[in-house]
Design a binder for this molecule. Sequence first.
Ligand SMILES: *[C@@H]1O[C@H](CO)[C@@H](O)[C@H](O)[C@H]1NC(C)=O
Ligand SMILES: *[C@@H]1O[C@H](CO)[C@@H](O)[C@H](O)[C@H]1NC(C)=O
Length: 394
Amino acid sequence: MNSIMNGLSIFLLLSFAFTIKADLPGVFNVKKYGAKSDGSSDISQALLSAWKEACAATGSTIVFIQKGDYALRQVDLVGPCKGDITFKLEGTLKAPTNPGDLGGDCWVRFRDVDGLKVSGGGTFDGQGEVAWKQNNCAKTANCKALPMNIRFDFVTNAMIQDITSLDSKNFHINVMGCKNITFKHVTITAPEDSANTDGIHMGRCNGVNIIDTNIGTGDDCISIGDGSQQVTISGVTCGPGHGISVGSLGKYKNEEPVVGIFVKSCQITGTSNGVRIKSWPGMYAGTASDIHFEDITMKNVSNPVLIDQTYCPWGQCNEKATSNVKLSEISFKRIKGTSATALAVKLACSRTLPCEKVELGDIDLTYSGNEGPAKSECTNIKPIVSGKLNPPGC
Ligand SMILES: *[C@@H]1O[C@H](CO)[C@@H](O)[C@H](O)[C@H]1NC(C)=O
Ligand SMILES: *[C@@H]1O[C@H](CO)[C@@H](O)[C@H](O)[C@H]1NC(C)=O
């Protein structure tokens, strides 16, 4: 009798354990709303219904996508929500391969949500390969922007953790108008030759943290646009890609100041740039200040330390004009490793607005190619130097 009872209670316990995730109050499993994990049935209606009900419920809610492959078209996951909402993705979401099937400028958008959590170990697969071939932005300034994988617009007090963004058609993650948003253990992957696939781009945000995150992509691993304030980046590995960049700045009218950027303990490998600040010549005014790069390890990086106020890709501006963006209070400290070119430190500032209060301290960058030892070059700037500098300061 006892053993039968035990067997029964174990059975009940087990079956409870297996269904708990899907059926607990507060859990909105997309499968209950008709989503199929066959990799081809579009789940956007099921996801939108689950989100809508979760968002309208009080307390902590979870929109849950179990393991499996799901096809998903464009969705806007919009707040404000009544309680704290978690988007728990264990499975893999797959975007349509044809960018025309997405419309708009992004695939998955979170907007106006306070207290958002995204987690679960799952993947947003942008399936960008077809789209990359259509990207003509290197040839024409008026190219049509391809859709990004994920947008966070006006999201506050958010934690984005343990997810992967794969092969986005354009930027992987775009963070706009957010306050207090943290990315932790995020993985971003796209091939080195996929154009404009920036890892995380931000603008007009206050309080962005990117921690222990791995990014390998075809453009900037992280790019910090105008109006970014109080940004902390640490424990990030970057490569392949174009490095960690502030900018580009000065391309548009009425850009807001960049203030308070702290990049520390990062490893950058095999990229075309390491840590960089870039602004367009001959264009609009702006400022960037209080920017600090510390304890960065470079491995075979082409331009490890770079201020480039003559940034003008694809000849889209007057390269002889001067940048109207003022740079000040910037430091590069304890930057070590190997450069893939002899010019390891290049600080090219604006002729009309020279850089001010730029500090170089304890730099040790070596170059082992056949162009001689590593060197540095400075224009329109007199850096403040401290500690040992290799290459010597200029
Ligand atoms: C920032 O957001 C986190 C959630 O990720 C929250 O725990 C924390 O309290 C928020 N900080 C502030 C100052 O509101
Ligand atoms: C270093 O980078 C250069 C330029 O990107 C590349 O050609 C070379 O193969 C790299 N070397 C190593 C050892 O990875």
